[in-house]
Design a protein around this ligand. Structure first.
Ligand code: PMP
Length: 487
């Protein structure tokens, strides 16, 4: 990817709204020393985000030390579903700090028992078991290990193939990348083992054929017999999109897995905990996953991840043989428990579903304004994306997506533009809470940001809802105002 966020401070317009404040050049000249230190001591791979040095993050806002404040439409890239720095989560952490209980290895603690019970209650069946780990990659790797172990033990060594999807992302560790569907990310593996295959993801855009026949046909073409498949790993939505499975395809996939005793593994690392307007995105489909991978929004804060799965599969490994040093570390567990209480107590899943309709309409409005530059506007719940394409084509334009993202950053709006799979996706995923905030002028920020790289002025917001938002109030009967309406 040739476009890098620039580290030369530039003059940017002053911004002063309820949710955004930009009062310096950007990047802040005084912050450059931090970036220089990082550049000297960290791999270049860590430089993929707009140059903000985070100092505080609370609710919807991220602040630096120099008086700037951004409205975070990324939720820290899909972590802080319940909002940044929630008071309840901080209180739970403080209580654990003061107890003190900071590390337990895999010795038992009460929080671990409570969290496993709570997560199992969210599973397709309460008999499911929960293995708590630290990162999403660890969750997907463990799910693949469990699926393979199940296949091999139950049916013999021939049943070991893991099927995943082209364009998929399951993490950056070796096994997770072998399951990943972006060839550029796994060139380094050089010799890919034969037991991991990918089939096309039926997004209806790049892959127009959304029939399930494509799945079977692709396996046949790759010489993979259905009986050899131990598991199918699928993101409940693919991140560069967000692309959801077509309903009928998903149903067929579920049936196919049952017919061949292949475990269905849903990767919910980014889609879980309400993001799409359901607690888990697989609930949009008529599917019962055998294993569910969770991460990110599970705690809205500290590193924690989980595999939730069928008890007979989760119990395949004897005591001491499927663990991780920081499994269920007390602080992340306390954070996750507080986070679940917030999500449930404030009905944030329902809130995300309601807001999703507003976000979807806003994105579609922008797409229609720039039809040659945005190939598609996708959204469900509080995750949306605009697919930036080379004018008039279906070819993603990663460079322009990053430029738009940079312009948004300069106007006090944090979004993200993932670069994998050709990039080109401008992704929007605001925290769900606090639900009553709005910054009507953010629509202008994004419109202006779109205007420069696409060479067209985005114009002023024009719908009745926009006008109402700009006046800071809502017409009777309109959808409750929140950050989603900033579009
Ligand atoms: N699966 C999906 C769908 C993800 O989006 C991610 C992270 N972006 C991962 C797995 C890996 O999670 P982590 O970065 O915590 O290892």
């Amino acid at each position: 990817m040739d476009h890098k966020y620039q580290l030369e401070p530039v003059e940017v317009p002053r911004v002063e709204t309820a949710h955004r404040r930009i009062v310096t050049r950007l990047p802040v000249p005084e912050s450059l020393a931090v970036f220089a230190k990082l550049a000297a001591h960290e791999p270049v791979s860590m430089q993929g985000q707009p140059p903000v040095v985070w100092d505080r993050a609370e609710g919807l806002h991220v602040c630096d030390r120099w008086g700037n404040m951004w409205l975070d439409w990324s939720s820290g890239v899909l972590i802080t579903n319940a909002g940044h720095g929630r008071r309840e989560i901080r209180a739970a952490l403080r209580a654990m700090l003061d107890r003190p209980l900071l590390a337990t290895y895999v010795f038992a603690h009460e929080g671990r028992a409570e969290l496993c019970e709570r997560l199992a209650a969210l599973a397709p069946d309460p008999s499911y078991k929960v293995f708590l780990v630290t990162t999403g990659s660890e969750a997907t790797e463990n799910a693949a290990k469990l699926a393979r172990t199940y296949g091999v033990r139950r049916h013999g060594r021939g049943k070991h193939v893991i099927v995943s999807f082209e364009g998929a992302f399951h993490g950056r560790t070796l096994g997770a990348q072998m399951m990943g569907g972006m060839p550029a990310l796994k060139e380094w593996i050089v010799e890919l083992p034969p037991g991991f295959v990918q089939v096309p993801f039926p997004d209806g855009f790049r892959v127009e054929d959304t029939g399930f026949g494509l799945f079977e046909e692709s396996l046949r073409r790759q010489g993979v017999a259905a009986e050899s498949v131990a598991g199918v790993v699928v993101e409940s939505y693919q991140g560069i999109g967000p692309n959801f499975l077509p309903a009928e395809y998903a149903r067929e996939l579920g049936r196919w897995c049952r017919r061949h005793d292949a475990l269905l593994v849903m990767d919910e690392v980014q889609s879980g905990f309400g993001r799409t307007g359901r607690m888990f995105a697989y609930q949009h489909y008529d599917l019962t996953p055998d294993l569910v991978c969770c991460g990110k929004g599970i705690s809205s804060s500290l590193p924690l991840a989980a595999v939730i799965g069928r008890a007979d599969v989760m119990d395949l490994y004897p005591p001491g043989s499927m663990t991780s040093t920081h499994s269920a570390s007390p602080l992340p567990v306390a954070a996750a428990l507080a986070n679940l209480r917030i999500i449930e107590g404030e009905c944030l899943v329902e809130h995300a579903a309601r807001e999703g309709a507003v976000l979807a309409a806003g994105l579609e409005r922008i797409r229609r304004k720039h039809p040659r530059h945005f190939g598609k506007a996708l959204c469900r719940g509080l995750v949306g994306g605009l697919l930036v394409v080379r004018p008039g084509t279906r070819e993603p334009d990663a460079g322009v997506a990053l430029q738009i993202n940079e312009k948004c950053f300069q106007r006090g709006l944090l979004m993200f533009a993932p670069v994998g799979w050709g990039g080109g996706c401008l992704k929007i995923a605001p925290p769900f809470s606090p639900p009553s905030c709005q910054d009507a002028k953010s629509i202008d920020a994004e419109n202006e940001a779109l205007a420069e790289p696409t060479g067209r002025h985005g114009g002023r917001p024009s719908s009745a809802a926009d006008r109402a938002a700009r006046r800071g109030r809502w017409r009777p009967g309109s959808v409750p105002a929140t950050h989603a309406e900033h579009l």
